[in-house]
Design a protein around this ligand. Structure first.
Ligand SMILES: [Cu+2]
Length: 162
């Protein structure tokens, strides 16, 4: 418990240090496209492969409004890659933050997985239930988005009840 307390304190201190330097000031804390969810709430799983070919490959892209999706993301390459759930507003804020931070510094947010080569990670997300949203899944490691490492999707209407 003591260790956890110290770790939490260290996290808080580094977070406030980052805030003081203005790095994370304009990173959104609420997202128009949804919110994180508990794994038990997930109704389906989508697998994503992030590769050094600068691609995010999805095994399904038909995401409906209100769905809770568990994303299992595997970095099949050797370089660091990110998997972020976002939209264009998030892209602008995230890229601004990345430019302002030192190279190699990474931002941890509820909608971002950062994966070293060979690593896998899981992110569970409840998509906005009410309105259609243009989604932008992307890797924002410097140069990767520009090389095409993103996938745009539009949320489909909710499924009709049978
Ligand atoms: Cu990448």
């Amino acid at each position: 418990m003591r260790y956890q307390g110290n770790l939490l304190l260290a996290l808080l201190l580094s977070a406030s240090a980052a805030m003081a330097q203005g790095h994370d000031m304009d990173m959104p804390q609420r997202f128009a496209f949804g919110q994180p969810a508990e794994e038990v709430a997930a109704t389906r799983t989508i697998h994503v492969e992030a590769s050094d070919a600068m691609q995010l490959k999805f095994d399904a892209t038909d995401i409906r409004r209100g769905e809770v999706v568990k994303f299992i993301v595997h970095n099949s390459g050797q370089a660091l890659h990110e998997f972020s759930i976002g939209d264009d507003a998030f892209r602008r804020a995230h890229q601004r933050a990345m430019r302002q931070s030192m190279a190699g510094m990474h931002h941890h947010a509820a909608n971002v997985l950062s994966l070293k080569g060979g690593e896998s990670g899981t992110l569970v997300w409840r998509f906005e239930p009410l309105r259609g949203k243009a989604l932008l899944f992307a890797c924002y490691v410097p140069g990767h988005f520009e090389a095409g490492m993103y996938q745009r999707l539009v949320l489909l209407p909710p499924a009709l009840a049978n």
